[in-house]
Every structure is written in C-alpha cells, then in structure tokens.
Design a protein around this ligand. Structure first.
Ligand SMILES: [Fe+2]
Length: 871
C-alpha cells in the first residue's frame, strides 16, 4: 500500500474543543489561572516555574543551552538541527493502548521559511536499547508536527493541504498527536487547534507499525535550513504539555535534577562534598543534613555557585567515625510561592583503615557509545569497591551529539554542564556511597590533546596551523577551564599548592590519604610542554605525533620541556616521604601512563585508528611499528625518567587511563624492569582504538608475542605483562565492544602488600562469569616489586622491635633519600641499586627521626648480616 494512501487528510472547520483552557501565552492569561500541583507529572508546570536555563526535572533538553524557561513558557532558543526536549518520566510503552499528547506552541515571527524546518514532536524515540536515558541522547523516532511553511508533516512527508496560517502559528496553536490501536497497527491523528479551541486542520495516518510508537516522547525543533549567522534566537515557545493514555508508562523516579549527584572525599577528619545542580535560579542555597537518632539534622548550608551550579560543603572536623547517611536538600520555589523540596542522599563511608584489603574501581575515557552505561554500573557494583577513581576523559566533547560549543561563554558553560551531567547520570550510583577522585583530562576541557604549558593561550606561532594545540596552551578561556576544575575536583583534598597557573587557571594536584593508601594525584597535562614549540621543524610534528621516520627522537633530549613540571616534581619529592601512621601503599594517579605503548602501520598513520582492521581473536598483526605519540606520558623522556626514579623510592605503583588500551607494564629507566609497575585501565567506551602489535621480541613464557621487553618510540623501556588489544568479539554494537572497553578493579591487600589488577571487559558480568577478564588478567604484583634493582646491592636485614610496621628510610652519604617504606611487619632487607654507604632511619609520621644508624654498607652479595633496631 502506498504510504500516502494511509494518510487521510481531514479539514475541519468550526469544531471547537476546550483545549486551550490552560494555555498561558501572554494575552491568554484569563485562561491560565488553573494551577497544576507540582507533583503532577503528566502535565507541565512551566507556567509556575521561575526563569531559568533549564526545563525542569521531568525533562532532558538537547542541548541544555537551547531550552529555557522564560515568563512561564518553555522556549527553544536556536535554529538548529534535532533540538529535542525529552520527557523523562513518561515513556510510550509496548501495551496495545492509546495515547495522546498535546502542547500549546507559538512560533517566533522571524523563522526561516522551509519545509525542512520542523516544530512538533518526536514519538517513539529510541536508541539501540529502550533505556529512557539512552533514548533521550541517542534516540530516533517518528517526527510529527508543523513546518515553518505552516504545513503538517509526518516523518519525511509534508502535507501542503494541511496547512496552518502564519498568523495562527505566531499567536499560538495547540498541537495534538494521538494514537489508537486498530487491528495489528495504530492510527495516528495529528490535529491543530487555534487559540479559541477551533480545529484548524487534522491529519490521520493508518497502519502505523506499533514498534514505531514505542520509546520516548519529545518536543521537537528541527531546523535544517537557516541563516547560519543568525541562529541564536527564540524559535518557539511551548506551554501546557499534557500527556495522557494508558500506553504511557510513568516513572517519577526518572527525574533528573535539580539535584543531580554528589561527590565527596574523606581524609581523616576532613570531608569535602560537592553537590551538583541543574541550572536553577540563583541565588540559591542547599542544605547538608545527617541522620541522627532517626531524624535529619541540618549541619551546613552552602550557596549554589555560578557557573558550576555546585554547592560545596566542607567539614574540617568530621566527627562521625562510622558510615553516616547524609542528604542534600534544596527548596525549589515556584512563582506562586509554593515550595517543593528535593533531596539527594548518600553515605559518607567509614574509612576502611582496618579493612584487610581495599578495593578501587578505576576507569577512564567515557565516550557516549554505550550511554548510559548501566551495564558497567551494575557489573562494577558486584565488586563492591571502597572507592572510585575516574582517571580522565569523564566525557568527550562530542558526547551527546551536536559537537561542542565554545562561545559565547555562557552557552559554552551550559554545553559543558550537559556533558558533565551525562557522566553523572551514568555513574552517580557508583559514588553515591563511596569517595571518588576525578582527574580531568584533555577531552574534559574540550581539547583532543592537551599540552597545557602552564596555562598559556595558544601562542601566535600556532595561529595558522592545523593543530594549534601542538604548540601548547588551552583553547577554552580560563573561566571555562575553571568550571571543569570546579565541577570535577572541588570535592577533592585541597591542592598541595593552590597557586593558579597562568591566567588564573586552578590546579588540583595533591595527595589523598584514605584507607591506608596514599594517592599522589598529579596533572600530567597542565604543565606539559607543547611538542611543536619544542621540537625542530624537521621532526614534522602533526597532532602530537612525530611523522618524520628519519627524525632520531631517541637520541634527542629537550631538557627544558616538561611532563609534570617543576612544581609537581617538588610535590612528589615531599609526597614520597610523607607516610601517615596508617599509610601502607603509595599510589600515583595520572591520566596517561609514562610510555607510548602504541603501534601503527607507519609514522604517518595517526588518524587512521578508528578505520584500521580489527583482527580476529588470536590473530597477530605484523608490520606495525611503535609510534611517537607525545600526547602519551612517554615524552619528554628526561622528565618521565626523573619522575620514575623519584616514585620508585617509595615503591610507588602507578594507575592511569587515557590510552584506551588496557595494559600492565613494568617501567624501565636505565634497564628493563628497574622501576615500578603501571596499570593503564581500559576505556569505558572509546572511538579511538589504540593497539600494541610490536615486532615479536622474546615474549613472556607462554604469553602473546606483544609481551616481554620492548622499547617505545621514544626509547622508553617497557616490560609488557599484559595488553588487551582490540579484537572481533562478535558482539553488537561492534564499535562499542570490539575496542576493548571495560574497567579496572585494583585491590590493595594490607596483609600481603600485594596489589591485584583485575581488568574486566564491559560485556562480562563478573557475577555470572568470574573468570571473564581480559586475556592476561588478573595480575598480582607485590609492593616490593615496584623497586627491585636489576643490579642489586644488599644492606643488612633490618629487624625492628618495639614498633609494628615502622617507617624505614634509607639515605645516602649525600643525605638524599633513596628508599622509604612503611615495612610490612618487623623485618626488611633494603636492596639498593647503587653501591655505597647508607644510613638507616626509623622515622615517624611527621618525619621526625626516632632512630638512625649510619655507615651501613651495601654489598653485591648478601652476606646474611642483620641490623637489629629497637625503639
Ligand atoms: Fe580518552
């Protein structure tokens, strides 16, 4: 049957219906006085809402900055493609019932006339799954409504005989869509009424596939033809959106906002918590309440700040030792004076100091391919982590479609917030009851690669270049970068040195001591030098890669170039020596690992990563070479080596993300395996699959050819224990599952001082398949393996009495610390990587020496001698 034959045009005149009784367009006020209670979730109450850049908790706007409430009306503020406002609490279900949606709309006067510019609804909007959040972001459905020529449309078909005058459209009409089951299909009815309730036109479509009518329902402003110089203005106002019919399913728990989520850290008696809000009217305050003897008690109030829309709470003397329930409360004030109180609750957990093992969920790189990632949240919860670490790219600038908006600043703020909200919408349950660290990386500040160069603007030399970011600096303005810092890190321990970098950009590098683990949090992008500003032209730097195959990067050093920078190295020098009484592990956190574990077909292949053939499981790609990606932590090598030499003194292990290529490696500085281990966790989802298919070189016994000793393109020595290269899983969607997505679980065992790395594919439910980790995992490394000299020189075995787990420090004859460790028990044999005479010190948590023995010689062959120290 011809599709057009299914559509019956009905032109009706004089049929009135009291559809506009609640419409509140100006000039129609008399009909607007009926107030719906705020709890009603099937009719909008924008008429009662204050002006704000947010449509309210029942809705999700694509994009956030394109929808606001003004003078009691919902407004779409841009001529652009696919702008939608999804209803979050009402979805069109699969039952064979009917539904109806009606909304009062008023077109702006000066819209670009085109049959490609459409206002109306999307019905049955769904993503690859029917999850309401996935549908709100990735959904497609049947578009129905009126185009800016005044003609009705259903899908791609325009109906010129069903037309509405411009005068009606600009003074206001009601657009109604309803669907009734008929036989095995549905009949769709699209009707337009004028201000008095008279039907202007009506269109019927029969034989609609029931599957087309399952999913979200959204308001639509979809403009494909417009003046690109003049896009940002009022397009259409909406009011009194009313949904009815048994085909709708209703779930009021699916609201988003005004309280979005909370994030916190706890460090001894200091608790810092940031509550994230939607763009509510400001000034506003939020309250922090704890439950005491069954009652909620407010213990702190905080302003919600612009532009981050965060309320930041700080408790310098948190007195609750045990896990304590809290809630944030916020009073939303309606225009009629009524108040609706919203809550977000959670737990400030008891610090796991006395737990024998502490477990961390570790993740990075959250592309929205699998949004809202409820699979990961479900599977990660199985592990019951004590803490959560997001090590970068909490979102990508392209997440949520529409690219990203960089100006004007106010809209760029909202663009950031929408992507940040998506992250929280996915993962908020994971950190509702445990502390969380976020390490904002490059994509978190809308840059594909970030060489922060201490906060400079892109230099003039970069102006005409294709990749100005290669020259160092930030693309976005400092206030916007600070929005990213505030939303992601304001709940974290205070910065070690809060002095901003250039142009007032905030820093967050610091230590976080929790549950017996001291995390050193460093910012490996903010101070890093731009390679194009450092390397000579002949290196042919393009998009962070050295493309000249003849450029001898391994033989070149650039001593003025920075990886972490002097300030952070000074911090690390202090951090490695700073062990609290309960600290048993030192763990470094950064975005990227300190090597470039990447191969490509040749030096100029960068950019091809998403298009390279994904191999079958077990296949080995031959012909690849290691490539010089300076966006990795492998460059500049001299500072990479300096940092590794420093942190191995405290047996520090390194956790990182960024690469989208899960790996466990042992760093080498002068020799293979002469430094600590690193675990680079998988991407949660990625669009940029990296790979490691080096020429095979003595792999580990029984392990794949890519394991064993290798040099990266910068000459960094790497002992590869495991890598999860992309392979064809046979699962759909392949572009999500065939790129090694997943997460890490790291368990710190305080009895054995073992650190266990688990690496889970996102498609494996660990409950059903406990053996389902990526090939090569789990891997267990003992703390002491993070500093096992290749050419060892042995000090006598130290036996301490009178103190348990003493902090032992070994200094050389220049008074420089060479080893520092809170030992496990009372016996420890220090192994040095240099011959010489050393002093052995027992120190306390503030660094005071309790005992010192000088003149202790390190020898090449252990002679079994002992050093007894009693405290
Ligand atoms: Fe990433």
């Amino acid at each position: 049957m011809n599709r057009r034959e299914n559509i019956k045009s009905i032109l009706l005149g004089g049929v009135s219906a009291s559809l506009l009784s609640n419409c509140i367009f100006p000039g129609n006020e008399k009909e607007t006085q009926k107030k719906e209670p705020p709890s009603s979730h099937n009719i909008s109450n924008w008429n009662l809402m204050p002006d704000m850049d947010w449509a309210g908790p029942k809705y999700w706007g694509n994009r956030l900055q394109d929808w606001n409430i003004n003078d009691g009306l919902l407004q779409c503020m841009v001529e652009g493609r696919d702008r939608t406002l999804h209803h979050l609490t009402m979805q069109i279900g699969s039952s064979r019932n009917s539904f109806k949606s009606k909304v009062a709309i008023r077109f702006s006067e000066d819209l670009t006339k085109s049959n490609q510019n459409k206002i109306g609804y999307v019905v049955g909007s769904k993503s690859w799954n029917l999850e309401y959040r996935a549908s709100a972001i990735h959904g497609n459905g049947l578009e129905v409504g009126i185009n800016t020529l005044g003609n009705l449309f259903i899908g791609d078909e325009e109906f010129k005989q069903n037309s509405v005058d411009k005068g009606n459209l600009t003074s206001g009409v009601v657009l109604e869509v309803s669907a009734e089951p008929l036989g095995g299909a549905y009949t769709l009815l699209l009707s337009v009424f004028d201000k008095s309730g008279k039907i202007l036109t009506q269109l019927e479509k029969k034989d609609v596939d029931p599957n087309e009518l399952i999913g979200n329902i959204a308001l639509l402003c979809n403009f494909s033809e417009f003046d690109s110089e003049n896009t940002d203005h009022l397009v259409c106002s909406f009011d009194q959106w009313e949904l009815s019919g048994d085909k709708f399913t209703k779930n009021e728990d699916q609201i988003f906002g005004p309280l979005c989520f909370t994030q916190y850290t706890r460090q001894k008696n200091l608790v810092k918590l940031t509550a994230q809000f939607c763009p509510i009217p400001l000034p506003s305050k939020a309250k922090f309440e704890v439950k005491q003897e069954g009652k909620w008690k407010m213990i702190q109030e905080a302003e919600v700040k612009y532009p981050s829309y965060t309320a930041q709470f700080r408790f310098d003397d948190w007195s609750y030792v045990e896990s304590t329930s809290f809630r944030i409360s916020y009073d939303f004030k309606y225009k009629d004076g009524s108040i609706e109180t919203f809550y977000w609750d959670g737990t400030i957990s008891k610090e796991p100091v006395s737990k024998k093992s502490v477990k961390a969920f570790v993740a990075s790189c959250n592309h929205d391919l699998g949004f809202p990632d409820q699979d990961i949240v479900e599977y990660a919860s199985v592990h019951e982590p004590d803490l959560v670490l997001f090590l970068g790219d909490q979102f990508y600038e392209i997440n949520g479609h529409f690219g990203f908006q960089t100006a004007p600043l106010e809209k760029a703020y909202l663009d950031y917030l929408r992507k940040w909200y998506m992250f929280g919408w996915s993962y908020r349950k994971l950190f509702q009851h445990v502390p969380v660290i976020n390490l904002p990386d490059d994509h978190d500040v809308f840059q594909g690669n970030l060489f922060g160069a201490n906060g400079i603007e892109f230099p003039k030399a970069s102006a005409d270049k294709r990749y100005p970011r290669d020259y160092g600096g930030y693309m976005m303005p400092p206030d916007w970068v600070n929005l990213a810092m505030t939303t992601q890190t304001s709940h974290m321990p205070d910065p070690y040195d809060s002095t901003p970098i250039e142009r007032g950009i905030h820093v967050f590098y610091s230590n976080w001591d929790y549950g017996g683990i001291s995390f050193g949090i460093v910012e490996d992008r903010k101070f890093k030098s731009g390679p194009a500003a450092v390397l000579p032209h002949e290196a042919e730097v393009r998009d962070a890669y050295i493309e000249n195959p003849d450029y001898p990067i391994k033989e070149r050093s650039f001593p003025d170039a920075h990886l972490l920078g002097t300030r952070q190295i000074d911090f690390l020098k202090e951090w490695i020596e700073n062990w609290k009484n309960e600290t048993e592990f030192k763990i470094l956190l950064s975005a990227a690992p300190f090597h470039a574990l990447q191969t490509l077909p040749d030096e100029k292949s960068n950019g091809m990563q998403p298009r390279l053939e994904i191999p079958e499981k077990g296949e080995y790609i031959l012909g690849d070479i290691p490539v010089a990606d300076m966006d990795s932590g492998g460059w500049p090598k001299h500072e990479r080596d300096e940092v590794l030499k420093l942190i191995k003194k405290s047996f520090t292990l390194h956790l990182a993300g960024d690469q989208h290529l899960p790996s466990v490696t042992q760093y080498g500085i002068d020799d293979y395996q002469d430094a600590g281990y690193t675990f680079a966790v998988p991407a949660l989802a990625n669009s940029w699959p990296r790979r490691w298919w080096p020429p095979i070189n003595e792999p580990m016994l029984g392990q794949p050819g890519y394991t064993g000793n290798h040099e990266d393109a910068f000459g960094n020595k790497v002992y590869v224990r495991a890598v999860a290269n992309p392979y064809k899983t046979g699962l759909e969607p392949a572009r999500l599952y065939d790129r090694s997505p997943g997460y890490g679980i790291v368990t710190f065992n305080k009895i054995s001082r073992d650190i266990e790395f688990e690496c889970w594919p996102r498609y494996v439910n660990p409950k059903n398949n406990p053996q389902g980790q990526f090939l090569g995992w789990p891997i267990t490394v003992n703390q002491l393996e993070n500093n096992l000299p290749v050419k060892p020189y042995f000090l006598p075995t130290i036996k301490v009495t009178g103190i348990v787990n003493p902090l032992i420090k070994i200094i050389d004859d220049q008074n420089v610390t060479q080893l520092i460790l809170r030992i496990n028990g009372e016996v420890f044999q220090p192994v040095m990587d240099k011959e010489g005479v050393y002093s052995v010190l027992i120190v306390d948590e503030v660094g005071e020496t309790q005992k010192q023995l000088d003149g202790i010689k390190a020898v090449a062959i252990s002679n079994g001698s002992e050093l007894k120290i009693s405290i």
